[in-house]
Write a protein that binds this ligand. Structure first.
Ligand code: ADP
Ligand code: MG
Length: 480
């Protein structure tokens, strides 16, 4: 029985993003990932008595950057709060976070769904420190702890309960990952845990205005798992409601092997965090100038570029893919300074260049073909000096090998320039006609579709150099 039409799901997401600062949020220990356990620690990270933390300005700046990119209001008066709880990976016995004064308030993130664009409302973005890591599989009898991650700066991006489908949640996290990478505050790597998502899900009858009881699925480590966990929860909760069972507020975990979730604790046992203002850190006041300075340093954002690319006449596919990653968009922007054939540039970037980037495990930043050279390559194709496939198959690899050279030089050296001279082309046309008497007869009997075959053969015979327009004219004349 399909009862899902009766119900509506409500979803709110909490995303933790590790800020890619050099040092930790409150001391100079390295914040980088992957070092030997317990080598990025100091008495401050470990919270030894007598140590004093100090706020990392870069982390504050990154949090503001994200807030501005998400249209949030920036809180000028900030202080940190202690969130007290005991856990082995928390050496101090409390996490320094922001409680009543998140650095960014409100705001929204625009997502694209199959029904169009939607703004997902944010509640807040606040700054806090990460915990260390318990390692259960290093020793048979003991759980080990690695405090390298303890104190690494995080922002927590919290939405309102404003999404209704797993697909919206998928798009939202995709957009968040794109944004943090775009403005270079977080590497967005979910496998390494630099970006983590908790999904809060409830269901209610359609038309109901109060929220149902929610469950929270913790630590989803891929965007696909966010979607799968939510899909599973929605189905599970609807089934419970249909059976007349009461949903209890729970914290759950996702099992990626079975695509299901399981309860880890009920909310009745929830901690009382005994928040209070962190006495070791002075409150900090952000001036208008500081905030507007960060604002003016922000790059053009994907949304804005998507619209710009549409206004250049590019289709939605091109506009979307050019504004998906900053290095791609940067490459396009630079090439567009030297060429106005935007469509051709987009095709090259999203086609042959993407292939080069993927196959050589390089990036658009490091690719040996400069945007200016790409524009020159586009130009010689537009001028009819070489055709596209010669440019792609022959000239591009040569340019990648000899980055200093220009495309026309290479085309000349490799004898690839298109031949327009009727006499030369006529020779290739004759060769092909002589080689294929049966096909010629069929053509003359009315099988006009064969023209493509002949042109293909002429291209081959001329190694792509015969101007296809001229070749077609001569061919049609001869086959009359
Ligand atoms: P908690 O105190 O349990 O952390 P919050 O009120 O801080 O709860 O909300 C945490 C997240 O859960 C937010 O993203 C919020 O939008 C979402 N949320 C809150 N209530 C619901 C609900 N009934 N259904 C779905 N999501 C919810
Ligand atoms: Mg929460």
């Amino acid at each position: 029985m399909n009862v899902s039409g009766k119900y509506e799901a409500v979803i709110g997401l909490e995303v933790h993003a590790q800020l890619q600062t050099n040092s930790k949020l409150f001391n100079g220990d390295s914040a980088s990932f992957g070092a030997e356990p317990n080598t990025h620690i100091s008495p401050i990270t470990l919270g030894h008595p007598g140590t004093l933390p100090k706020t990392n300005k870069k982390a504050v700046e990154y949090a503001i950057k994200m807030g501005l990119a998400c249209h949030c209001e920036i809180e000028q008066f900030n202080y940190f709060a202690r969130k007290n709880y005991f856990y082995p990976d928390l050496p101090k016995g409390y996490q320094v976070s922001q409680h009543t004064t998140p650095i960014c308030k409100g705001g929204y993130v625009t997502i694209k769904t199959k029904d169009g664009e939607r703004n997902i409302q944010l509640n807040r973005i606040h700054l806090e420190e990460d915990a260390g890591k318990s390692i259960h599989d290093a020793d048979e009898n003991y759980t080990c702890v690695d405090y390298n991650r303890a104190g690494v700066p995080l922002i927590e991006i919290v939405t309102e309960p404003d999404m209704n489908t797993a697909d919206e949640a998928f798009q939202y996290v995709t957009e968040i990952r794109k944004l943090v990478r775009w403005i270079e505050v977080c590497d967005g790597n979910m496998e390494e845990g630099s970006l983590r998502c908790d999904a809060n899900v409830s269901v209610r009858l359609k038309g109901e205005t109060t929220l149902g009881t929610k469950v929270e699925v913790k630590n989803l480590n891929s965007i696909r798992n966010v979607k799968k966990a939510i899909e599973y929860e929605i189905e599970r909760m609807i089934e419970m409601v249909e059976k007349g069972e009461t949903i209890i507020q729970q914290t759950r975990s996702f099992d990626a092997d079975t695509d299901t979730t399981f309860a880890i604790r009920d909310k009745e046992e929830a901690n009382d965090y005994r928040y209070f203002a962190e006495p070791d850190l002075t409150p900090f006041h952000l001036t208008e100038e500081f905030i507007s300075g960060i604002k003016s340093s922000l790059p053009a954002l994907p949304e804005e570029l998507f619209e710009r690319y549409q206004s250049l006449g590019l289709n939605d596919y091109d506009a979307k893919h050019l504004s998906d990653e900053k290095p791609v968009s940067d490459y396009f922007e630079q090439a567009a300074r030297y060429s106005t054939n935007y469509k051709a540039i987009a095709n090259w970037i999203l086609g042959p260049l993407r292939q080069v980037v993927n196959e050589n495990h390089t990036s658009y930043k490091e690719i040996a073909l400069t945007p200016k050279t790409l524009a020159q390559l586009v130009a010689i194709v537009d001028e009819g000096k070489v055709n596209f496939s010669v440019a792609h198959i022959k000239i591009l690899p040569a340019l990648l090998k000899h980055p200093g050279k220009d495309p026309l030089q290479i085309a000349t050296e490799l004898n690839l320039l298109q031949v327009h001279a009727t006499a030369d082309i006529e020779g290739w046309v004759n060769d092909v006609i002589n080689k294929m008497p049966e096909k010629v007869a069929e053509y003359k009997k009315g099988k006009k579709g064969l023209i493509g075959l002949f042109i293909g053969e002429i291209k081959k015979a001329s190694k792509g150099k015969a101007d296809p327009k001229v070749a077609t004219q001569i061919l049609e004349e001869k086959l009359k």
